[in-house]
Design a protein around this ligand. Structure first.
Ligand SMILES: Cc1cc2nc3c(=O)[nH]c(=O)nc-3n(C[C@H](O)[C@H](O)[C@H](O)COP(=O)(O)O)c2cc1C
Length: 387
């Protein structure tokens, strides 16, 4: 039986008796606006912004609104167990921390704070290749916590193999390969401020600490930042790959491999045919193809195509407990949380991330119970109606 996440609600009310209120909002809908007040415009828009006019980012949220939960009564839902195991990773709730790069623009502790908060709750963190701390530093901060590694697939095979070897050695168990960001989309909020942290050597800790990458430089990144940036940027962005390159990853990664950014059922079928272990239905939070299908609208088709062959995960637009319930009821095995974690980090480092995650888990726990369910297996399509 997992921890009663809903108890965070009582904890907050009881602390109120001593005049203590939460450090910042518990309202998932108000979090972005609250983060705007604590961040500089560059970092804020790097997180909140999307591709184009934000049509897909908005569609991600609207898609959740088109499904409604129909709660059931008198079902002895007092005690819930939200725990599950995904690709061999046990977790107390079907929630992972999405890979989010360059977290030091939000708080000096960056990914270390996120790793500590995730580990304290037992939730898996997916570490981005674009992190501001090294693989080994984040692994230390994560301690016994479960962790997966997200790859932005470098064009240089030797650098790629080296990074994968380091991730494996540092205890990252599942590999998440992000396919939808082989080049950056048109992001007006970042363009208008000419804001791209990588060009200043922020979010480059993983390659810059990599022995194979460093061996290819005339001078170390600490001595010649520009040369290191100019070698890394074209190595991890700008070149699309093909399906026949996937065996290379299998050769260099012994654990489960998941493809992130899958929206078409045929791509999901190809992933299954290629012997992969899972897919993440995601449109990168509307940050890549503006006008792309809402991630939740893509989910049922992918589940129908490969749900019996692959582990199907979901992100893009999850903000509340009800959102998690809907995604699971539509067939996702687990969800990933992106922007809300970034906003929590901006508010208060590790404690800010913990507050956001505990709020989401409490909301999820209460919503599951009040819907008349006790375990994840009861979150099925029958719980929902289109609205
Ligand atoms: C600031 C920011 C940075 C991100 N960096 C990465 C990354 O490095 N790798 C990756 O696979 N996805 C990255 N993503 C996408 C997230 O993993 C996830 O797909 C997305 O945040 C989901 O949308 P949502 O946050 O609106 O729910 C990033 C998202 C944001 C907001």
């Amino acid at each position: 039986m997992s921890a009663p996440f809903g108890a965070y609600q009582a904890e907050i009310y009881l602390r109120g008796l001593d005049g203590v209120t939460p450090a910042f909002t518990t309202d998932a809908g108000a979090l972005e606006e609250s983060a705007r007040r604590v961040l500089e415009p560059g970092p804020f828009w790097y997180v909140a912004g999307a591709a184009g006019v934000g049509a897909t980012a908005a569609a991600n949220r609207e898609a959740f609104d088109r499904w409604r939960i129909v709660p059931r009564m008198l079902r002895e839902a007092t005690r819930r167990d939200l725990s599950t195991t995904v690709l061999g990773t046990a977790m107390p709730a079907p929630v992972l921390i999405a890979p989010v790069g360059v977290q030091s623009i939000l708080h000096p502790d960056g990914e270390l704070a996120t790793a500590r908060a995730a580990a304290a709750l037992g939730l898996p963190m997916v570490l981005s290749t674009a992190a501001s701390y090294t693989i080994e530093e984040v692994a230390r901060a994560s301690g016994d916590g479960p962790r997966w590694y997200q790859l932005y697939w470098p064009n240089d095979d030797d650098v790629c193999a080296s990074i994968l070897g380091r991730a494996k050695a540092a205890g990252f168990t599942t590999l998440v390969v992000t396919l939808d960001t082989w080049t950056l989309a048109w992001r007006p909020h970042d363009l208008d401020g000419a804001y791209l942290p990588f060009l200043r050597g922020v979010g480059t800790a993983i390659p810059f600490s990599d022995p194979v990458f460093r061996a290819g430089l005339a001078r170390a990144p600490e001595d010649d930042l520009t040369a290191a940036v100019l070698r890394w940027v074209p190595m991890f962005t700008g070149t699309d790959k093909s399906w026949d390159r996937l065996p290379f990853l299998r050769e260099h990664w012994s654990g489960p491999i998941v493809l992130k950014g899958i929206l078409h059922p045929d791509d999901a079928r190809r992933a299954a045919d290629a012997g992969l272990d899972g897919v993440i239905v995601s449109n990168h939070g509307g940050r890549q193809v503006d006008g792309a299908i809402a991630s939740l609208d893509a989910l049922p088709g992918v589940v129908e195509a490969v749900g019996d062959r692959l582990t199907v995960l979901f992100d893009s637009g999850i903000r509340t407990g009800a959102d998690v319930v809907k995604a699971l009821a539509l067939g996702a095995r687990s969800v990933l949380i992106g922007r809300p974690v970034a906003y929590g980090l901006a508010h208060g480092g590790e404690s800010g991330v913990r507050h956001v995650l505990r709020s989401l888990l409490a909301d999820l726990d209460l919503t599951v119970g009040l819907s008349g369910c006790r375990t994840l297996s009861e979150l099925t399509r029958e719980l929902l109606v289109p609205s």
